[in-house]
Ligand binder design. Structure first.
Ligand code: SF4
Ligand code: SF4
Ligand code: SF4
Length: 444
């Protein structure tokens, strides 16, 4: 299947070029985001009846991981409210591009931070405290507010969207898994870019800002760092930007050999396994340890978590790569290239985990939409909806199918990426098989 250009339809192109539809979505999202912060601070402390927990960690999470990332890649980033206020302040305008003279410091992010390591650290920190963040409204509010203020602060100090590109704990994994999505933004003809004077898609013009994600659209080969903000569609004077449908996981055909992205894959794979064990499993002692942050038991849990994501999983994978080429020791490049196979596997682990988590808790949405702060309101007459798991008889078969599908997808990816790493794909496939068995055992 080849690419299919969606922007060939004038309706789609005009909708994307026009700033007003996106602005309306931004304003609605921002209002919901701010309401979630307020609800967490002043609403009921019972997480299952507070808008901040129910709409962020159940409704938004379900849409993000089950629909947005698998099918639209970074589509969520195109409408996310977190960087919007920072963008407005940075530009000194809501819709117009920035003036030639910067309003704020406009510094370049130091080269040593221009990678995914900070996002790896921020996600790991959130993950270590997730048991509390996911269940305590006031903590969720603090995390959401911190993200908003960090995005604003960094946009005052650094150029473009430094928070999104280098720090956001959510943006890192969306970028990793966006490579598998059947949607991409690319230039139509690289020769046109080569001749283009001034490169307004990157440098900005009177038509709009230069790429907020610090990406040169003419050089895009994968989805990881394109935030689908659509600014380059507006600024390109040669109508050379296209939004395309394409086969799933097209970006994985040319594996990245960057260790920061590789460790993002291990962190996500390991976090899915640990969450399946802690949140869905029946081991009360581990659950208790995860919830009692800063207790001696929590430090044990945190050490175990870190050992799995930074030691056990990468260590076993290193051995797999070594078995794939027993004559030499794997280099970092081989290791990172072969780890491409873990990207579809990790995504499917998260889909499988989220299916049970979301369907078990989805009925809380009906109650919370009528009484978002647990104050006894009944706005839509659904406040008394009793909790019950949804589609419970379908969860196990669906999870099994998803995990088997993920395994097949990873095996196919390994067949393509392992030869590029100069190793046999068989040990990588065995690694994927064993981790899938572990996830099946933990979930089912
Ligand atoms: S990177 Fe994070 S803050 Fe930025 S748009 Fe994406 S999800 Fe939102
Ligand atoms: S403005 Fe358009 S033609 Fe020029 S470099 Fe950017 S994408 Fe290419
Ligand atoms: S300007 Fe273009 S390349 Fe840059 S993030 Fe936005 S959509 Fe992607």
């Amino acid at each position: 299947m080849s690419k299919f250009e969606l922007t060939r339809f004038p309706l789609i192109k005009n909708l994307l070029k026009n700033r007003y539809p996106q602005l309306v979505i931004f304003v609605l999202m921002l209002a919901g985001f701010l309401f979630a912060i307020v609800a967490g601070l002043v609403g009921t402390p019972v997480g299952s009846h507070n808008f901040s927990i129910v709409f962020v960690w159940i409704a938004w999470w379900a849409i993000l991981i089950l629909v947005a990332v698998p099918f639209f890649g970074r589509g969520w980033c195109g409408v996310c409210p977190i960087p919007v206020v920072g963008d407005w302040l940075q530009r000194g305008a809501v819709l117009e591009p920035a003036k030639k003279t910067p309003k704020w410091l406009n510094l370049r992010v130091p080269a040593k931070f221009r990678n995914m390591w900070m996002q790896n650290i921020s996600f790991t920190l959130v993950a270590l405290f997730s048991s509390v963040i996911l269940t305590t409204p006031v903590v969720t509010s603090v995390v959401l507010a911190a993200m908003l203020f960090l995005a604003i602060g960094l946009s005052m100090v650094f150029e473009r969207r430094a928070f999104c590109r280098y720090l956001c704990p959510v943006g890192g994994f969306i970028g990793l898994y966006a490579q598998t999505a059947p949607l991409e933004l690319r230039v139509k003809n690289k020769n046109v870019c080569a001749q283009c004077v001034g490169k307004p898609c990157y440098n900005g013009s009177e038509l709009g800002s230069g790429c907020p994600w610090d990406v040169f659209p003419g050089g895009l080969t994968k989805n990881t760092y394109c935030g689908l903000c659509m600014e380059c569609i507006r600024t390109c004077p040669h109508d050379n930007i296209a939004l395309n449908l394409r086969p799933f996981s097209a970006d994985l055909a040319k594996p990245s050999a960057k260790l920061d992205e590789t460790f993002k894959a291990f962190i996500m794979l390991g976090a899915a396994l640990v969450y399946a064990y802690v949140l869905m499993g029946s081991n009360g002692a581990v659950k208790l340890a995860a919830y009692n942050v800063f207790s001696p038991a929590w430090f044990g849990y945190a050490a175990g978590f870190l050992a799995v994501i930074f030691g056990l999983l990468p260590g076993l994978f290193w051995l797999s790569v070594k078995f794939g080429d027993i004559k030499t020791s794997p280099t970092g490049k081989q290791f990172a290239t072969a780890a491409t196979a873990l990207i579809p596997l990790g995504l499917m682990f998260w889909v499988a985990f989220s299916l049970s988590f979301v369907l078990t808790n989805a009925t809380y949405i009906f109650a919370a939409i009528s009484d978002p702060m647990g104050l006894g309101w009944n706005l839509f007459g659904t406040a008394a909806t009793a909790w019950q798991p949804m589609l419970s008889s379908l969860v196990t078969p669906a999870q099994t199918l998803v995990l088997i599908g993920g395994l097949a997808w990873s095996a196919r990816t390994a067949q393509k990426s392992a030869p590029q790493a100069g190793i046999s794909p068989a040990p990588v496939m065995v690694y994927c098989l064993l981790t899938t068995f572990a996830m099946l055992w933990l979930l089912l």
